[in-house]
Design a protein. Sequence first.
Length: 459
Amino acid sequence: MTKQVSLTINGKQITVPDGTLVVDAAKMAGIDIPVFCHHPKLEPVGMCRMCLVEIGRPMLDRNTGQVVMENGQPKIQFMPKLETACTNRVSEGMVVMTVSDNAKEGQRGTVELLLTSHPLDCPICDKGGECPLQNLTMQFGPGKSRFLYDEKLHLEKQVPLGELIWLDRERCIQCARCIRFQDEIAGEAVLGFDERGRNTQIISLSDPGFDSVFSGNTTDICPVGALTTADFRFGARPWELKAQASICTQCPVGCNTTLNTRREAKAGGEIVVKRVMPRQNEEVNEIWLCDKGRFAYHYTENKKRLTRPLVRKDDKLARASWDAAAKFAAEKFSANKKDFVVLASGRLANEDLFNLKSLADTVGGRAILYSDMGGGGLTRLAGVGAGTNIGAMGAGDAILVVASDLYEEAPIWWCARQTSRRPRRDVDRCQPAPDQTGPLCEVRHPLCLRRRSKNHPRL
């Protein structure tokens, strides 16, 4: 059983597991400590200083090592300076004050410092309405800045980090969340800091730029509007969107997603998908989503996509109503009878299998379950079953993958490991076609996961 530690936060005594960060312990107690660089999925770094609080610890006698008592209570010694709640771990008898005058002054000063170089473009920023910096400025920031607008840093707008992600360097607060995500979670350290001091900026270290199939996640965890997706920039405001829970169908992982939709005039009054966001499910995709799952929905907007059924008559395809097409299909099915065969995959849901079997029985045909895939027999005997939680695996556990490239076929499974430091992929992600003699993946389509990179040697 994990050792428990008791401490006091803002006069409220709580008990949490030993090793818990102060900021997380406060959240367990319903106390919110403002953060920028801290993220529960990333290692603590204490870079932004937004979570400054007062921390006191029981004083120990230097000679005996025992806790010094005062009026029947442990004597608490506070450090002379504020400390970061995101890097300090709880200890027995600790006292934390998050709303004292000193703590509030430190938090207010941090916000003011961040705003010295941050553009005041909230009305046109894509992050407006869901921006932590905007929210924390209203809650903790000063009512008036002491710095001049003309002294702010002015840089070129809209710098592409890659094909899918754009960077606004003026908005970046150097929290390094994007860099740390790519290094610790994705295992592809393709982002880094360049320059020093006030000129520090995010750059891509790969060629092509931002060569990672998990790049879209950085726009989710960015606490400001510095990183945006190329397809959603200036596309809509958060409060205009309706959220609908869904499941990604691009690979076997089945990541939980949220579809943000809006009715648009340019689409003839139809409801269109504006963006796809990850939906938290710790047993499937945690809070992440690969770029194919995030961006591949654009096929729904393709002008070549069929929106009405076509029926072939006299060797020509002609538009038909749904009722007419269904009736025509039913007639053809019935006419074939015993020659009618339904070949169903064992990966389908039970409801789909039942409906296909009913269809075959109705027209007098047969329904055959096709599940004899490579490794299928072994999977049925010892494979992943109901209730399996891959997210619960950690050090010492192993998964045997047969005849599959997880990075290409199930990216989230590839990076779903519980270690805090993810090993980088040391081989190229492409396999040349038999007749291919030139460079791999010469055509770098946004939806293609097989992109060239000088950082990864070819097989």
